[in-house]
Design a binder for this molecule. Structure first.
Ligand code: HEM
Length: 218
C-alpha cells in the first residue's frame, strides 16, 4: 500500500480522515439544526449547499472519498490487529483493561456504515437523481418539505436514533484515539480529551433532537 505500508502511517491516516469527518459532522449538524428554527433559512442554506459548484464538485467528492477511505482503512487496521497477535493478550479479559467502545470500534463503525447506506437511500440518491439524472427544475423551497417528510415514519426515526447512539459510542473512543495517534501528548491533553467527550455526546444528541423534533412537530 505504498505510503500506508507502516502501521504508524496507517494510524495517522486513520486519525486525519477521522478529524476530517468530525469536521464534516459539525457542519452537517449545524445546517440541519437550522431546520428546527426556520423553514426559509433551512431552504436557503440547503439550496446554497446543493447548487454551489465548489461544494458540489470539490467538497462532495472529497467527502465521499473521506468516508470510503475511513471505513476501508478501518477494516484493514482491524484485520492487521487481529492477525498481529497469534497469542492473545494474557490479560485481555474485556472490561478489566479496555473499554467496550475501544474493543468494538469495528462494530459501531458497521452500524454507522449501515446507517449511511440507509441515509443515502433517503436523501442523497434522490438528490442526485433530482439534479443530475432526471434534471428536474430547481425549486429553492423544496428542501424543508423533503426533510420533514422523511421524519414522519417512526421506524426510520427509531433506526436513525439507534444509529446516532452508536455514533456517540464510536466518537467517544474515536476522538481520543485519533488524538493519541497524532502523537500529541502535552499539558493540554486533558482539556482536549474533555472537549472530545463533549463533542462525542453533543453532536449525536443534536442529531437525535433534530430527528425527534420533526417527528413530533408535524
Ligand atoms: C437528523 C440527522 C440527519 C439529517 C436530518 C440529515 C440530512 C441529510 C440531508 C438532507 C442530506 C442530503 C444533502 C444533499 O443534498 O446532498 C444528507 C447527506 C449526507 N449525510 Fe446526513 N443527516 C443526518 C445525520 C447524518 C449523520 C449522523 C451522518 C454521518 C454519520 C450523515 C452523513 C451524511 C453524508 C455523508 C451525506 C452526503 C453528503 C453529500 O455529499 O451531500 N448524516 N444528510
Amino acid at each position: 500500500m505504498g505510503i500506508l505500508s507502516s502501521s504508524i502511517a496507517r494510524k495517522v491516516a486513520m486519525a486525519l480522515s477521522a478529524f476530517f469527518l468530525m469536521f464534516f459532522l459539525l457542519i452537517h449538524v449545524s445546517v440541519n439544526l437550522v431546520s428546527v428554527f426556520s423553514e426559509d433559512a433551512f431552504n436557503t442554506a440547503s439550496h446554497f449547499m446543493g447548487t454551489n459548484p465548489l461544494i458540489q464538485y470539490a467538497m462532495q467528492p472529497i467527502l465521499l472519498f473521506g468516508v470510503i477511505f475511513h471505513f476501508v482503512l478501518g477494516f484493514v487496521l482491524e484485520l492487521k490487529n487481529r492477525n498481529a497477535r497469534v497469542v492473545k493478550y494474557y490479560k485481555n479479559n474485556g472490561a478489566a483493561n479496555s473499554t467496550w467502545m475501544s474493543r468494538n470500534m469495528i462494530f459501531s463503525g458497521l452500524v454507522i456504515l449501515a446507517f449511511i447506506v440507509l441515509h443515502f437511500i433517503d436523501f442523497w440518491f434522490p438528490e442526485v437523481n433530482y439534479k443530475y439524472i432526471a434534471h428536474l427544475p430547481e425549486d429553492p423551497s423544496r428542501y424543508y418539505g423533503e426533510l420533514v417528510h422523511k421524519f414522519e415514519n417512526p421506524i426510520r426515526v427509531g433506526a436513525y436514533v439507534v444509529a446516532f447512539i452508536f455514533l456517540a459510542l464510536h466518537l467517544l473512543h474515536g476522538f481520543q484515539s485519533a488524538f493519541q495517534s497524532m502523537g500529541c501528548n502535552n499539558k493540554y491533553t486533558k482539556y482536549v480529551k474533555s472537549f472530545g467527550k463533549w463533542y462525542a455526546l453533543l453532536i449525536p444528541a443534536l442529531f437525535i433532537f433534530i430527528a425527534l423534533f420533526h417527528y413530533f412537530s408535524h
